[in-house]
Design a protein around this ligand. Structure first.
Ligand code: ADP
Ligand code: ZN
Length: 808
């Protein structure tokens, strides 16, 4: 009777959530654990595919027809028990496949085809010499793939791994991934070095100095670089020393330090004001009592939410537990990261999309080994392999980037809630402008609401002036800058103070158009206009990457009046420079920040007051804390308002509140100017009054009327196919399966073509379902998702998106 394991296999054409049973070959018995990746034979021809072990069964009765595991990918589990459970829940909740959920939780280095190299960690003599020789011969590393066929070696390695004596490195192709440095270790005792000295010639100064230095190390291993610096000796001298047996050279692994380049402002704890103290007290109570309570920390911009987070983290650590802090997108909020690093130092691991695969893997491993107890990261950091989580924080909880667009289509808030419940830890949702969903839950008492109504040190929120651009343009012609804004900019320039200007590019992009016939170049693959890129002088499709030259003549009418449209940041900077020739302006948008580290560089430059004006897209709206900024201008507040999406008002309000919050954060009072073509719109008016609470009430009324969240839940079902008719037919069929099967209050809209109906040569149709309480819906949708591959042809894709953030 053999040992059996349940494996979720990775076969894209055979997507299923059902585990397959395999037999564990004798040499691996009692060694394969849940959470390990394995290779298994699958399907006709039994080709080998990767899979995840989800369960190990007791030896079973029936194993006659079962195939054997082909090999193991890991010597120890890459997913622990919690994450395995979470993956099951995640797949179920988001209508995804488990295999997708597993990969989502792991650093991408573990997804790619990698070479896996095994190395000894400890001093060689801790592993008995025979074993070492048998496995490694005189090599430092061993390719795991090469020993898959050697049962004895494999089980020996697994034993060593369990004892913590070997580690595995994952390398993509031949790029060395774990960073190595050379070290030296003294080999002799103090007295033996004295003895060696006698054998060295009197005038061999370098060698004598080396002996002195080695003696002074008292057996300690140090990096060669450091040894050279401390001793003043050359690398060649150390090599000679190694030859004479005075020292041993070795390799040590160093972690790449992804946040090393960030400015670390030292952050000694601040004295909390009363509101902060109150909030910290409540959160810490929950941390101490291990209650999985959700807090909504609603604090105006500049009210010191970060300090509240830091104190709460401090308490979790003091209780011997770890803490997870989520931020919308780290590359956009480097200041927060440096504050957390400043307070907790090396205990902090940073995870975000800007890291190289190697950096990400290093950070992940530091967390898994328990070396990092605080994790700061963007969306996917919610899966950080932290143990014993004592607190989870989600800053700017209203941000839509917390929702993933691809499968698994999860919202980090839901995952955070699941993990908080699992660990009996409080969850803190922080924002100046909470999502309506969260604010509504706080209103019903589901969340505990904590408020910071005042800015720290009683600084006022900046007054906001709304400027009607219709009049400005009538009086002065096309322009990005109203007179009131220009006057204030000039004033700040004269006073040596700084300004931030935001060009809202949500909902439109720069494109070219023929002035004679109105022709706009479109992507040949997707149904959308091509975006103008001045740096490469080309037109690009933002969806599929198609790129072409800017035409000189109109392909449609052969006219010569092809012109650029849309207000790009580049154009806005150029125009501003004509008004303020001496102003030093930093432009910040996707183009100027595409290169790694540029974002931080530009912000540091602005922080050092090496520029007067920071002009950028919405990426400048978030989290920045520059004391020198006393003026904030929004060049075009309207562009997000008219999008066909029920959240467009909410997003615009959030954005205006956030960007206004960048002004007047220090001693000098701040001021904000909002330029708009809709000065009377309620969103603009309430943003001007800094009145989130009234916005909440008013917007809730509209949501109720329209049967939108948070009154109703929504699910979007999308179908795509290379043939447009087929795409429509698939979604008709999906609709038929739902109609009459659901709750009487449930509303099914569509199918309709999506706003962007064609993408990468596939057509998209969608259905939107709105419901309040519908016990049957989840099972119905799961069946549709799982059955889609059989029911329709192979080209059909059906995707289900619960609580979508966008309906475009
Ligand atoms: P928020 O995230 O709420 O917009 P921050 O956390 O960025 O606000 O805090 C705004 C500023 O106030 C920061 O410069 C921070 O260092 C400072 N600050 C926060 N709390 C205090 C305090 N208790 N005393 C003095 N300064 C504080
Ligand atoms: Zn395209």
């Amino acid at each position: 009777m053999a040992e059996l394991v349940q494996v979720i296999v990775d076969v894209p054409t055979m997507q299923t959530n059902r585990p397959y049973t395999y037999r564990v070959p004798e040499h691996l018995e009692r060694q394969v654990q849940p959470g390990m990746r394995v290779m298994v034979p699958f399907g006709r021809g039994s080709r080998e595919v990767q899979g995840f072990v989800v369960a190990v069964d007791q030896p079973g009765e029936f194993d006659g027809d079962l195939k054997d595991l082909a090999g193991v990918m890991d010597l120890s589990p890459v997913l622990n028990d919690e994450l395995l459970k979470l993956a099951g829940w995640l797949a179920d909740q988001t209508y995804a496949f488990k295999i997708t959920a597993f990969y989502t939780m792991l650093p991408s280095l573990l997804k790619a085809q990698t070479t896996r190299l095994v190395r000894l960690v400890d001093e060689v003599d801790e592993v008995d010499e025979q074993t070492r020789l048998a496995l490694f011969a005189d090599q430092d590393e061993l390719d795991l793939a090469k020993v898959q066929t050697d049962p004895l070696a494999l089980s020996q390695l697994m034993r060593l791994r369990r004892a913590g004596k070997v580690v595995i490195d994952y390398r993509v192709h031949d790029r060395a991934r774990a960073k190595q440095i050379t070290t030296i270790t003294p080999t002799l005792s103090f007295d033996d070095y004295e003895g060696e000295r006698l054998g060295v010639l009197k005038n061999a100064h370098a060698q004598r100095n080396l002996l002195d230095y080695l003696q002074s190390l008292a057996g300690k291993t140090v990096p060669l670089k450091q040894a050279q610096e401390e001793s003043g000796l050359s690398a060649a001298t150390f090599t000679t020393g190694a030859k004479r047996g005075w020292l041993k050279k070795g390799q040590a692994e160093v972690y790449r330090d992804p946040s090393g380049a960030l400015p670390t402002s030292p952050t000694a704890p601040l004295t909390l004001n009363q509101e902060q103290a109150q909030a910290v007290k409540r959160i810490n109570q929950a941390t101490d009592q291990r209650t999985a309570e959700t807090f909504l920390l609603q604090g105006v911009t500049g009210s010191g939410k970060t300090e509240v987070y830091l104190r709460a983290i401090e308490r979790a650590l003091a209780n011997g537990r770890s803490a997870l802090m989520l931020v919308p997108e780290i590359s956009l909020t480097p200041q927060i990261v440096s504050r957390v690093r400043g307070r907790f130092g090396k205990q902090v691991a940073v995870l975000h999309s800007g890291l190289s695969n190697g950096e990400r893997y290093d950070e992940w491993r530091r967390i898994k080994r328990g070396e990092a107890k605080v994790v700061v990261g963007a969306r996917s950091a919610v899966f950080a392999p932290l143990d014993n989580v004592g607190l989870i924080i989600m800053d700017e909880e209203h941000e839509s980037s917390y929702k993933q667009d691809d499968a698994p289509r999860y919202h980090a808030r839901d995952v955070a809630k699941w993990r908080a419940a699992y660990h009996h830890a409080p969850l803190v949702l922080g924002s100046a402008t909470p999502s309506l969903e969260s604010r509504a839950r706080a209103a019903t008492g589901l969340y505990h609401r904590l408020t910071l109504l005042h800015r720290v040190n009683q600084r006022p929120l900046p007054p906001i002036q709304v400027v009607d651009m219709k009049r400005e343009v009538q009086a002065r012609g096309e322009t990005n800058y109203s007179l009131p804004l220009l006057n204030l900019l000039t004033d700040r320039l004269n006073k040596g103070q700084q300004s931030i200007l935001m060009l809202n590019r949500r909902g439109f992009s720069s494109f070219v158009m023929c002035r004679d016939c109105g022709y706009v170049p479109k992507c040949p693959n997707c149904d959308i206009s091509l975006t103008l890129h001045m740096d490469s002088r080309s037109l690009k499709c933002h969806y599929c990457g198609h790129e072409e030259r800017i035409p000189n003549t109109c392909p449609n009418c052969q006219g010569h009046r092809i012109r650029y449209y849309g207000t790009g940041t580049e154009k806005a900077v150029a125009e501003l420079q004509t008004y303020l020739p001496t102003a030093r302006i930093i432009r910040m948008d996707v183009d100027t920040t595409r290169r790694k580290g540029m974002h931080e560089k530009l912000l540091t430059k602005f922080g050092n007051h090496e520029a007067d004006i920071l002009l950028g897209t919405q990426m400048i709206a978030k989290g920045l804390d520059f004391p020198g900024v006393t003026l904030v201008g929004v060049l075009n507040a309207d562009t997000g308002l008219d999008l066909p999406d029920f959240r467009s008002s909410e997003r615009t309000f959030d954005l205006l509140a956030q960007v206004a919050g960048r002004a007047g954060r220090a001693d000098e009072a701040g001021q904000v100017v909002i330029q708009t073509f809709n000065p009377d719109n309620y969103v603009i008016q309430l943003a001007r009054a800094h009145d989130y609470e009234r916005f909440f009430v008013q917007e809730m009324n509209l949501r109720k009327l329209g049967a939108y969240p948070p009154y109703y839940y929504t699910v979007r079902v999308m179908g795509s196919h290379p043939d447009e008719q087929m795409a429509a037919r698939v979604m008709q069929a999906v609709r038929q399966e739902l109609v009459g099967q659901l709750d009487s209050q449930t509303i099914i809209l569509g199918p309709t073509p999506r706003a962007i109906a064609r993408l990468k040569n596939r057509y998209y149709y969608q259905i939107v379902i709105k419901y309040r309480h519908d016990p049957a819906l989840h099972a119905r949708l799961t069946a549709i998702m799982e059955g889609a591959q059989q029911q329709f042809d192979r080209e059909t894709q059906v995707m289900i998106d619960p609580d979508p953030q966008y309906f475009l």
